[in-house]
Design a protein around this ligand. Structure first.
Ligand code: 5RP
Length: 232
């Protein structure tokens, strides 16, 4: 199975956890898109669910598939969020934000009784950090905030190149909430819990892509099927 087949297999298995009447957080990225598409098929067959998208992009896709949509103001408590990840470890700590939606993804996931991660096998790592950690920053004073991120990260044993994300035209990338993202090439994050908390204490940091203690189950596509990683 290719990585994309594995993503799709994980997305299909996630449907096992979806029950009629549920309110679902809908993630962002290519794996989450597989889930939205298979969910759309089920809705066409009569499944009654409501989705809360984690990005404009996912919202457009879900609407085009006829999935009834809401937002967190009208639907503040969700049953399950199903979303992808850039990296996950066996303790279900994640790096997210490769698609730039980390802030809304974290808000939606933490408004859910349960977050289920769907991923291909390449996303499972021993130690987080090979994937550059996205940190979402308010544009005002962003270069000062970036210097503080570097200082704080270094106290947690994390150093490396940090670059402000650019779009395909080389212009600054703006998140759905009009913020910048700094991608931090730390290679290895020895203390993800400590780093996540410390980064979020910096004025100007809106959030970072470390999801700690949020996901409770991961469905991982493998060359031979799907595996489950469940939190003890
Ligand atoms: C978007 C995300 C995605 O879940 C993450 O980037 C994984 O993407 P993909 O499923 O395309 O590999 O966090 O902000």
């Amino acid at each position: 199975m290719t990585a994309d087949d594995q993503k799709k297999a994980a997305a299909i298995r996630a449907l096992d956890y979806v029950k009629p009447g549920m309110k679902l957080g809908l993630g962002t990225g290519s794996t989450a898109e597989h889930f939205v598409r298979v969910l759309g098929d089920k809705v066409k067959q009569g499944l009654d669910v409501v989705g809360v998208p984690t990005s404009e992009r996912t919202g457009k896709l879900a609407a085009s598939l006829g999935i009834p949509l809401s937002n967190l103001d009208d639907t503040p408590r969700l049953d399950i969020t199903v979303d992808g990840a850039d990296e996950l470890d066996r303790e279900l700590r994640l790096i997210k934000g490769g698609g730039g939606a980390l802030l809304r993804e974290k808000i939606v996931a933490t408004a859910s009784d349960r977050m289920i991660v769907i991923a291909d096998a390449s996303k499972v790592v021993e130690t987080l950090g090979a994937f550059p950690l996205p940190v979402e920053v308010i544009p005002f004073g962003a270069s000062v905030t970036a210097r503080k991120i570097a200082e704080v990260a270094s106290a947690f044993g994390c150093t490396g190149k940090m670059s402000r994300r650019a779009d395909e035209y080389g212009e600054p990338f703006f998140t759905d909430s009009e913020n910048f993202i700094y991608d931090c090439e730390f290679v290895r994050i020895p203390d993800p819990d400590g780093l996540a908390a410390a980064l979020n204490r910096i004025a100007g940091v809106v959030d970072n892509g470390l999801f700690i203690g949020i996901a409770s189950l991961a469905i991982v596509g493998t060359p031979s099927g799907t595996d489950i990683i469940e939190k003890n």
